[in-house]
Structures are given as structure tokens and as C-alpha cells.
Ligand binder design. Structure first.
Ligand SMILES: NC(=O)c1ccc[n+]([C@@H]2O[C@H](COP(=O)([O-])OP(=O)(O)OC[C@H]3O[C@@H](n4cnc5c(N)ncnc54)[C@H](O)[C@@H]3O)[C@@H](O)[C@H]2O)c1
Length: 231
């Protein structure tokens, strides 16, 4: 049986379909597509398969556990479950598994976060600036604020001593793929930084790249481990 890299899609919704489309354009094999009507516990996998999981916060922990039991490396894009992150870390360690997660798989968002990190460290010395955030997503998105916005909050709260809770407005509109704004506003000016996803392709390509990276690794990772090694 071939052990060449192939992708098992867990979750065939908007992100699952985009990953399938991008994988096909890269000439990669989608070995199976598993949605809520399938029984993951009784699913068999082939050597070389890496699971890419984009489902729901309610289902992802159980999916992760089944995949770890089957020794399948996992990329998890589902958001809204991070309060259980320590439980997942213990599961990965217990099974000696391979697991990588990210609240946002777009490479551009990580450049945006690095810019935010740099700017917020500077702004710490300029008390005349108030800081606030806005995020907008499509009307189907269940969690709010988004996982990406929570990371923005974390960066600001780490770097600016006077801010213990970053005010963040969430909007749900139409088919917006993901739009994050940070405003640094004084009485005389406003510095604004923004990341706008033009489609779901960036998330899908990032998840596929991480799947290729984790295929021969063991451990509990987030996308920073991938980015630090690659860039
Ligand atoms: N990390 C990122 O870069 C990123 C980007 C976009 C979306 N997301 C997140 O990914 C998740 C999915 O987003 P989406 O837009 O594809 O949602 P979606 O609602 O379009 O798709 C979710 C799919 O999961 C399926 N599903 C539900 N329970 C399941 C189960 N037990 N087993 C298998 N499949 C199951 C549903 O039937 C559906 O097809 C959300 O949590 C979203 O916030 C993350």
C-alpha cells in the first residue's frame, strides 16, 4: 500500500470544499471525505494519510480523539474549542500523536499579527492612543469574537500595560471571509491596520502546507512552529 502523502478531509463544509479544490489544483490526493453522517470511530485509514479537520467546536474534540487512536496526524482548523486546549495536549501526549492547530491558517494573518506585535510595543509608550478592534465574518460563523480577533486581543493585552481587556466589536454580514481591523486612535490622528481575506483559499493553502509539514513529525504544534521552521 502506498504511503505517499494524501489528505483525509474531516468536515466537508465551506472550508472542506475549499481544501479539496486547492489540493486538486496542487495535484494532491484527497483520500476520503468524512462529514457528520460518517462514523469516524469505524473509519479505516491508509498509510500516508493526514487528516485536515474543519468541523464544529462541539464535534472536533471527539474527532481528534478518534484520529489519535488511529495514529493519524491531524491539522485542526476548527475554532471555538481552545478552553479545552490542555485536554487536547494531554491526549496528543498520551497517544504519542501528531497534532497542529491554528485559529487562522492564512500566512498573511501571521504577518499582520507580527505587525500588530511591533506596533503595540511602540504604542505602550504613547498613552494618548486608545486601542479598539473590529472583526467581520459571514453570517454562518458560530463563534465570536473570532479566534483571530482573540489572538489580536492577546497581543495587545500582553504589550500595552494600560490595556487589560481590548474592546472588540463583532459583525456578521453576508459572505465576508474574514476582516480584522485594529484602530490606534488619539485626539489628532488614527493609525489603522487591517487584514482582509479575499477568499478561503489562503486558509486552505496554509492548512495543506501544514499537513505536508507534519506528515513525518510527532508532537503538539501550532502554526508558529511551522512558520518558524519555514520562514
Ligand atoms: N483556522 C482557520 O484558518 C479557519 C478558517 C475558516 C474557518 N475556520 C473554522 O473552521 C470551522 C469550519 O468552518 P466552515 O466554514 O467550513 O463551516 P461549515 O459549517 O461550512 O462546515 C462544517 C462541516 O463540518 C461538518 N461536521 C459537523 N460535525 C461533524 C462531525 N462530527 N464529523 C465530521 N464532520 C462534521 C458539517 O456537516 C459541515 O459540513 C469553524 O470552526 C470555523 O470557525 C477556521
Amino acid at each position: 500500500m502506498s504511503d505517499t502523502f494524501k489528505i483525509a478531509l474531516i468536515g466537508c463544509g465551506k472550508m472542506g470544499l475549499e481544501i479539496e479544490k486547492q489540493a486538486q489544483s496542487l495535484g494532491l490526493e484527497i483520500s476520503q471525505k468524512i462529514d457528520h453522517q460518517h462514523d469516524l470511530a469505524s473509519t479505516t485509514f491508509r498509510p500516508g494519510e493526514v487528516a485536515i479537520e474543519f468541523t464544529t467546536p462541539e464535534s472536533c474534540i471527539s474527532n481528534i480523539e478518534h484520529l489519535l487512536q488511529k495514529n493519524i496526524p491531524i491539522i485542526c482548523g476548527t475554532t471555538g474549542w481552545y478552553e479545552q486546549i490542555d485536554d487536547v495536549r494531554h491526549l496528543v501526549e498520551k497517544h504519542g500523536g501528531s497534532f497542529l492547530y491554528a485559529s487562522n491558517f492564512s500566512i498573511g494573518v501571521h504577518l499582520f499579527w507580527q505587525t500588530l506585535d511591533f506596533l503595540s510595543k511602540k504604542i505602550n509608550d504613547f498613552p494618548q492612543y486608545d486601542v479598539r478592534a473590529q472583526e467581520t465574518h459571514h453570517i454562518y460563523k458560530k463563534d465570536q469574537p473570532s479566534g483571530t480577533a482573540k489572538t489580536c486581543q492577546h497581543i495587545i493585552e500582553q504589550n500595552i500595560d494600560r490595556i487589560t481587556h481590548l474592546p472588540t466589536e463583532s459583525f456578521r454580514q453576508g459572505e465576508v471571509f474574514g476582516d480584522h481591523h485594529l484602530f490606534f486612535e488619539s485626539a489628532v490622528d488614527c493609525i489603522e491596520i487591517n487584514h482582509k481575506a479575499k477568499s478561503r483559499a489562503g486558509f486552505a493553502l496554509g492548512a495543506i502546507a501544514c499537513a505536508q509539514w507534519i506528515a513525518d513529525k510527532k508532537g503538539f504544534f501550532n502554526i508558529d512552529h511551522y512558520l518558524q521552521e519555514k520562514y
